[in-house]
Every structure is written in C-alpha cells, then in structure tokens.
Write a protein that binds this ligand. Structure first.
Ligand code: ASP
Length: 367
C-alpha cells in the first residue's frame, strides 16, 4: 500500500531525529486525501502546568503526588475528547478548564496576585486548521478565561480583548461570571505578601471578600518563594490531523501596571498552524514576547524543515538562554511529532498518544 509504505518512511525518518513520532501524515496526491481522512490520524496531546525551580529535593511526596494526579486527570480529559473524535480545540479547552479550576495551577482559581492584591487573568487559543485565534488579558470575573478566549475567536470579529470589556463580552456571551474573590487562594496570598515584604514594597489590604486568614498560618505546599510559574497550556492533534493550542495564566506574581505576559500574545506564548505545529509556552513572559517563541518554533519547522524537537530545543535551549530568559514549551505537529523543552530545573508536563499510556514528568531528569 502506497500510504502505508510512505508512512513507514516518515516514521523511520522522524525516529532518526529523536523526536517522538506518533502519527503518519505522508504528503500524498489529492486523490489519496480521502483515504487519510477515512483511516484517520492517531490523536495525541501534550500539556504543561508551568516551569521553574521545581526540584525533587524541595518537593514533598504529597505535593509531588498531587501534581501528578492533577496532570493525569487533565490530560485524560483531553484524551477522552479526542478518542471520541472530538476536535483538538475541544480537547484543549476541556483540559485547561480543569486546570483553571484546580488551585494547584496559576490559572483561574489559584492564579497569582498582582502587587495590588488582585487576580488578573490572561489566556489564548489558536486553531491550526483555520489559523483563527482568540485572546484575553486582565480578566477578573470570568471563571474560565480559556473559554472566553475561544469565544472571542468564534463569536467576535476580534482576536484580543482586555480588562472589563473582555469580561463584559464574556457575560454577554453567557460565560460564567464570578466575584473576583472566587480566584483567591490563601497559598497565593501568603506568597505575594512574602515577596512584597522581601522587596520592602507596600502591602495591599487583604481583600474584604476573602475568607478570614487562618489563625495558625498555613502549611506550605511548596518551598517559600520558589521561583516557579504554574501557567497551564495544552497542544493537541485530533483524528482529522488538525492541531490546536491554548494557554491560561494569572501571569507573574506581584505584576504591576496592567502588565501582560506572553501567554495571550499570539506568536509568543501560543501559536498553532496545520502548516507547521502548535506551541504553548511557560516562563518569564517578557523574554518569550521578545523572541516570539511560539511562532519562531513553527517557522523553523515550516521554512527550515526542522524536526519539531530540534526546533523547540533551538529556541528554548539556545536563543532563550542568550537573552537570559527562563521557561519551557510544549509542541505538537500535524504529522504526530511531539516535543517539549525547558531550561528551568523542572516543568510540570504530560503527554499521551492514542493507544499509549499517559506519561507524566515534573523534574528535569525525567524522560
Ligand atoms: N508566561 C507567563 C507570563 O509571563 C507566566 C508563566 O508562564 O507562569 O505571564
């Protein structure tokens, strides 16, 4: 069979490069495209829950287990969508909504605070099959910023909305609105206060709507002032061979003056195109914006013909380091290559390919 032998060649070629080849999408003549659609592609998904100084020596067994459970649960939600034949965009949204609801991650509930003691949320999605995109920044009332980003893409003539206007649009589109105190978590609040004290900066008043401060302080879920992020992102490939990317974050702790990072900037923290790949990033956003990390990776694949793993390593291990940026990315290509790369000690991450098992990693020394 022509498709089969071409597929074998593609697999062999990708295998040599060290990338994770999981699907086959040989270039074929138009009359063969029906065959591809009928036989379908292997679906796959990769997810991150943030990168940073995440080290085994300073992580308790309970915290380690809690993150692994959360990562598995979220990637399973995406896998369930894809297994049923759902779109890569549906899979991205399903997994990110779960992580936005999980206080372990810096997205939705559990987002970090601004220096003024507020939660300002950023998110973006991009659909590789249409190259349509949607993004929001500085949202304070919409429970699932990822769904809002998708709604901007699908139901507005725009790509990016900010602040109260974005929340108003969300409400008008029927997306769940919450009091800003919904996003409050004690752990993030204490972390903000510690950072501001260290900087000698003024301390914001505890939000009136926040629950009363615990009398005896609270157990640390992670070492104080660990420089880690916790942004979440998903890239997926569906059975139709379409890729999509999504990212959601509270940004960086103690951010000021309406600061917006890379996550909602199309081409920086989030990008997807069926011509190349889908990418979601995490790290200090200022560097990722300056390097337009996500789009650069996809350009290396598209115009230089680089394998996906080589492209992500080129940008994360080389270019990012040159400007002293820190963080990581996950990526997926329409032919089934999966990749991740980070220059921090760890990155919460998981991946699964149709027919395989979920692989979860936290530290740099894991596969
Ligand atoms: N990249 C995000 C930002 O700069 C932060 C993160 O990845 O945690 O807003």
């Amino acid at each position: 069979m022509r498709g089969g032998s071409l597929a074998a060649v593609v697999l062999a070629f990708v295998g040599l490069s060290g990338s994770f080849a999981v699907g086959t999408r040989p270039v074929m003549a138009a009359e063969d495209s029906q065959t591809v659609a009928a036989s379908g592609h292997k679906w796959a998904v990769v997810l991150h829950g943030g990168a940073g100084v995440i080290e085994r020596k300073s992580m308790s067994a309970e915290t380690d287990a809690a993150y692994r459970t959360a990562l598995k649960r979220s990637i399973q939600a995406a896998a369930d969508v894809l297994q049923k034949g759902g779109s890569s965009m549906d899979a991205v949204e399903a997994a990110i909504k779960l992580m936005e609801d999980d206080p372990l991650f810096n997205a939705g509930k559990g987002a970090v605070f601004t220096a003024e003691g507020k939660n300002e949320l950023d998110s973006a999605v991009m659909d590789g099959s249409t190259m349509k995109a949607g993004a929001v920044a500085g949202v304070t009332r919409t429970r699932h910023p990822i769904s809002l980003a998708r709604t901007v893409m699908e139901k507005s003539p725009h790509v990016m909305l900010i602040g109260t206007g974005a929340d108003q649009f969300a409400a008008s589109a029927g997306l769940e609105q919450v009091d800003p105190s919904y996003f409050f978590t004690e752990r993030r609040w204490q972390s903000l206060i510690r950072q501001l004290k260290k900087e000698g900066a003024p301390l914001p008043r505890r939000p009136a709507s926040a629950p009363p401060a615990p009398a005896g302080g609270m157990a640390e879920i992670e070492p104080p002032d660990a420089h880690k992020y916790g942004t979440v992102g998903v890239v997926a490939l569906d059975k139709n061979g379409n890729v999509a990317a999504g990212t959601s974050t509270g940004g960086t702790q103690a951010k000021r003056w309406g600061r917006v990072g890379d996550s909602p900037i199309i081409g920086a923290g989030t990008y997807a195109s069926n011509q190349s790949c889908a990418v979601s990033a995490t790290g200090t956003g200022e560097y990722f914006i300056r390097l337009t990390v996500a789009r650069t990776i996809c350009s290396l694949v598209q115009y230089k013909g680089m394998k996906l793993q080589a492209a992500v390593d080129e940008v994360v291990q080389k270019e990012l380091g040159v400007i002293h940026g820190d963080g990581g990315v996950i990526a997926i290509a329409p032919d089934g290559q999966l990749a991740w790369s980070f220059n921090t000690p760890g990155m919460y991450r998981a991946r699964i390919v149709e027919g395989g098992d979920v692989q979860v990693g936290i530290y740099g020394d894991e596969k």
